[in-house]
Design a protein around this ligand. Structure first.
Ligand SMILES: [Zn+2]
Length: 508
């Protein structure tokens, strides 16, 4: 049953008095403003049915963004969005591939094969090129590693990538794909050895509409082509893909005899926008205040799932808990005497559930200089599961891990211990908004209590939140933030982690 919109009550309530007349309390008094009642109250607003599951974009999401901005203003933060506002709005475009105008043409000597997008080719990801693309072709396959890929010149080329779909996907497939993408090819053509009926069954009869953010970066288009559609041209080019797939070594070679031309057209169905909400608390130190520590959480969720008795995905844990957490931290740090030397950025992003849209957009269009961001603490799901531990992902990648352990040890009264990643195989490091900071070179920690049976279900509701436990996690984050924002030196990456995670500057 929907509650009477709590949002209105919050919006109409008078703003909390700024820096009340009371004598300046110590920082620990600021930490004590983080309470279970506040946490539960804020989650009750954000996860209310009236927010309709906070899909990106949606009216409920915009209402949430305004609620957060209203709270930030009431604490005396400064707007950190665009044009002096609290918001950074990013473009979302809905497009559909034009099947008639799209094909991939392969040529070797006098032979050519054409893969059409109604049966032999399918569009996976990346930006549909405005003009047909072609260029020197490089074949990638066999037991290839990301390091092998980095040694090969792929910029401006068409990559023909031939994994073996008849076997289990190799453990490093994601990293290999990423390495190929970052190497800057014009297009990536994945040649599939699924049998042609199975391949065709996966190609939609009508191109689906795709919704994505418009970053205007030239991230290469990725298409999949059925090998069965290319028998003549592969033979004429002297390419034996079965041999490539079974090779026990990496295969990376130029194919001067094979020409590939990717022609794709799409049309724009609609253009919309969605918000990130950003507030800044200026630091006290005349020099260090030009550096920033970012606290982030995603305010969006997955919207409505039709056909169930309760259709609204409230996302109380995912991630109203983190959004409420960012607000609570903003409140604590804006208490008199609690403001640290460096500036603090409090940011609630959207589009996380769609693929980290809001944080991706911020990382490409930052409203404060990215190289002045010393760290990002991201919070996604901290209101459920164990009452005495919280997983801190990324501890091993920078000295933030040691700092966290030191701060944690100094606060036994919290009854809360930050522990290492319990699910490295899930690669959560790459799956929430902190990753968009990390890939740009900002050291991060990611606070996360793990998933549960209500994950992405309408039953992820306020009633199941442990707000008392969350308040202790947030106090730990407060002490950690104070330490990092006041420390003379910036946090530092471990060199091997930096090499593995941070993308080369200038590469989309
Ligand atoms: Zn989440």
């Amino acid at each position: 049953m929907p509650r009477l919109s709590l949002l209105l009550a919050w919006l109409l309530a008078p703003a909390a008095p700024l820096a009340a007349q009371a004598p300046a309390p110590s920082s620990d008094a600021a930490a004590s403003t983080i309470t279970a009642a506040d946490v539960a109250g804020r989650i009750s607003v954000i996860a209310d049915d009236s927010m309709l599951g906070r899909d990106t974009p949606s009216r409920g999401l915009d209402q949430t963004a305004h609620y957060v901005a209203h709270q930030f203003r009431s604490f005396g933060l400064k707007p950190g969005g665009e044009n002096g506002t609290w918001f950074q709005r990013y473009p979302i475009t809905r497009r559909r591939l034009d099947l008639d105008g799209s094909r991939i043409v392969f040529r070797a000597r006098n032979v050519s094969d054409t893969a059409t997008f109604d049966r032999a080719a399918s569009y996976s990801q990346g930006v549909v090129p405005e003009r047909p693309v072609s260029g020197p072709t490089v074949l990638v396959g066999g037991q290839v590693s990301p390091d092998d890929v980095e040694r090969m010149q792929l910029r401006g080329r068409i990559v023909l990538y031939a994994p073996d779909f008849s076997r289990d996907i190799p453990l490093n497939a994601v990293q290999v794909g990423r390495a190929i993408r970052l190497a800057g090819p014009k297009a990536i053509v994945i040649v599939s050895n699924l049998d042609s009926a199975a391949f065709t069954a996966r190609v939609p009869r009508r191109a689906p509409a795709r919704t994505g953010i418009d970053l205007r970066l030239d991230s290469p288009v990725v298409v999949e082509v059925s090998e069965a559609a290319l028998p003549d041209v592969l033979r004429a080019a002297g390419v034996d893909l079965a041999e490539v797939r079974s090779a026990r070594r990496p295969v990376l070679r130029e194919l001067p005899g094979l020409g590939v031309r990717v022609e794709m057209k799409d049309s724009v169905l609609s253009r919309l926008t969605a918000p990130n909400t950003i507030g800044i608390l200026r630091g006290t130190d005349p020099t260090l205040r030009d550096e920033y520590l970012v606290f982030s959480a995603h305010m969006d969720h997955v919207g409505i799932t039709p056909g169930q008795t309760d259709s609204i995905n409230n996302g109380a844990d995912d991630d109203a808990s983190g959004t409420a957490g960012v607000i609570e931290l903003a409140e604590a740090f804006s208490r008199p005497g609690a403001r640290p030397k460096r500036s603090l950025v409090f940011m609630t992003v959207s589009g996380e559930e769609k693929g980290l849209w809001g944080s991706r957009f911020f990382s490409e269009h930052p409203t404060v200089p990215l190289d002045r961001i010393v760290a990002n603490f991201n919070i996604d799901m901290i209101g459920r599961n164990w009452p005495d531990t919280i997983v801190a992902i990324g501890k091993e990648h920078s000295d933030l891990g040691a700092t966290l352990e030191r701060v944690n040890a100094a606060h036994p009264e919290l009854g809360m211990t930050a522990i290492d990643d319990r699910w490295p195989e899930e690669r959560f490091y790459f799956r929430s908004d902190h990753y968009n900071f990390a890939r740009k070179g900002v050291p991060i920690l990611f606070f996360f209590n793990g998933v549960h049976e209500d994950y992405h279900q309408p039953s992820d509701e306020l009633e199941k939140i442990d707000a008392e436990k969350e308040s202790r996690i947030l106090r730990l984050l407060y002490y950690l933030g104070r330490e990092v924002a006041n420390a003379p030196a910036r946090p530092r990456w471990n060199p091997e982690s930096r090499a593995e995670i941070v993308e080369e500057p200038g590469v989309p």
